[in-house]
Design a protein around this ligand. Structure first.
Ligand code: SAM
Length: 295
């Protein structure tokens, strides 16, 4: 896929504008191919849908390679103005602009009522060197998360509660899959994401503990009530297990605490993203502003 590069003077060349109405157009086919992980990986790109997500991506400094919008969005004045403003800004930063038919957008997003805007964005993962054991920080680590909806929801929750980032451990679902990106509701663009294998995470966990950080694993055989841990002192990583298998024994062995979220109903366990939300709220409780009467 052709990329826009800064000119020799270091000034970004504005992207090109093209009108496309055929789903057989090679550029549309190349974007459609990004539905497959192997193509996303080889191109280092992914697709996000909707004006909000495309605006979030651009505002957060992610690189939009191509912005597509429906020429039929012209019927709605407010929407049209916002799309045109986004398109102008994106083009100035080098994005190509494709003005398309709804048929093309439907083919790209596989939705009957497609969004009026689709963006093709460059993938971005943070370097593990950025994971610093600094006072007051809370990180989430996910052991082999499989479900795109869970991952997207967890990224959104981390963004909402001010966690520093999400560490993906081992073979995980793709954070740049359309379903994950949809579930993040734009939080993907505000969250630092890291990827590492289990061995590297265990090394990180060991040095984390040596420098005074705590590593709270969540486990159905946890010996500690998750509400009894002091989250207000040490930097912490909250480690969550795989949806089917929970944490591996090696990961569980690296934890300072193995916490159980107590339950008194009949379900065996909580959904992973719900459990992560409960842990994050507890860990960040002391930092959340109090609202309401008497505050
Ligand atoms: N069958 C799996 C097991 O035996 O661990 C269930 C995994 S559960 C669906 C997915 C993850 O959510 C768990 O590995 C754990 O991290 C977290 N989790 C769910 N319910 C929990 C609870 N009540 N206490 C602590 N962690 C929980």
């Amino acid at each position: 896929m052709k990329q826009n590069l800064p000119s020799k003077q270091g000034v970004m060349k504005p992207g090109r504008v093209e009108e496309i109405t055929s789903t057989a157009n090679p550029r549309i086919k190349a974007i459609k191919a990004l539905a497959m992980k192997k193509n996303r990986d080889s191109e280092n790109l992914f697709v996000c849908e909707g004006l909000k997500l495309a605006t979030d991506a651009l505002d957060a400094g992610w690189s939009i390679k191509t912005l597509l919008y429906s020429k039929n969005a012209a019927g709605d004045d407010g929407l049209r103005g916002r799309i045109e403003a986004l398109s102008t800004k994106a083009r100035a930063r080098g994005s190509d602009i494709l003005i398309t038919s709804d048929k093309v957008l439907t083919a790209l997003t596989r939705r009957d009522n497609p969004q009026a805007v689709v963006a093709v964005v460059e993938q971005k993962l943070a370097s593990p060197d950025e994971i610093q054991c600094d006072p007051g920080t809370t990180w989430i680590a996910l052991d082999r998360v499989r479900d795109p909806g869970n991952l997207g929801t967890i990224i959104r929750t981390c963004d909402a509660l001010g966690a520093q980032g999400v560490i993906l451990v081992g073979q995980t679902t793709d954070p740049f899959a359309l379903e994950t990106v949809r579930a993040t509701m734009g939080s993907l663009f505000h969250t630092h994401l890291f990827k590492m294998d289990e061995e590297s995470f265990i090394e990180l966990a060991q040095s984390w503990r040596k420098t005074g950080g705590q590593l709270v694993g969540t486990h159905l055989n946890g010996a500690v009530d998750h509400r009894s841990i002091d989250y207000s002192q040490a930097p912490q990583i909250l480690l969550m297990g795989n949806e089917q298998q929970g944490l591996t024994d090696d990961l569980a062995a690296t934890c300072t605490h193995l916490a159980l979220i107590s339950m008194n109903g009949r379900a065996d366990s909580l959904n992973l993203s719900v459990a992560t939300g409960i842990m994050l709220f507890e860990a960040q409780r002391h930092k959340l502003a109090t609202i309401g009467a008497g505050a």
